[in-house]
Design a protein around this ligand. Structure first.
Ligand code: GDP
Ligand code: MG
Length: 164
């Protein structure tokens, strides 16, 4: 079975959307900050041997938006799954998490949303635990594009969920 799925990454400027994609697709990381303008589209295949499935992920890297209401709705059409990224070191990027998620749920109904807190390498486990008490019910994974920790897991979990 071979299927193609559209994945869209969303979140504020500088939270690490492009870095997570680069880590997943090319297994590289850079400290240089290059702003994404418009949209970049990447492709990577994920094989799930137990299911005999070959999932082609078409990953959309949207330019950052500190107000989700400014997201171009045409980019969201046909999305099979969202990855909402925030930066664990910058509260401004997760303060409105619930509102932003509600926005996506309203615009693109029945589309799964994976919420990831990125840059976990910059904080302690204790800090994450405390953060988790406030936002944990919404956060699926804490990851790091820099170390690569759990980045593959975001996409492999998604791929598996999407072929069910
Ligand atoms: P985007 O605007 O959401 O696409 O964010 P970028 O991927 O361009 O990353 C913004 C900045 O954060 C860059 O300087 C990256 O090097 C840095 N960055 C991204 N992910 C991580 C991470 O997991 N850990 C650390 N320490 N820095 C990161
Ligand atoms: Mg970017």
């Amino acid at each position: 079975m071979k299927v193609s799925k559209k994945i869209v990454l969303l979140g504020h400027f500088g939270v690490g959307k492009s870095s997570l994609i680069r880590r997943f697709v090319e297994n590289t990381f850079s400290e240089d900050y290059k702003v994404t303008i418009g949209v970049h589209i990447f492709k990577k295949n994920v094989t799930i041997p137990e299911k005999g499935a070959d999932v082609s992920l078409v990953i959309w890297d949207l330019e950052g938006n500190d107000d989700i209401n400014n997201t171009r709705l045409s980019y969201l059409l046909g999305t099979h799954a969202f990855i909402y990224v925030y930066d664990v070191t910058r509260p401004a990027t997760y303060e409105n998490l619930q509102t932003e998620i509600n926005f996506l749920k309203e615009k693109q109904k029945n589309t799964p949303i994976t919420v990831v807190g990125n840059k976990e390498d910059l904080v302690t486990k204790a800090y994450l635990k405390q953060n988790n008490d406030n936002f944990g019910s919404l956060t699926d994974l804490y990851v790091s594009a820099k170390t690569g920790d759990k980045v593959d897991l975001i996409f492999s979990n998604l791929a598996e969920a999407l072929i069910k």
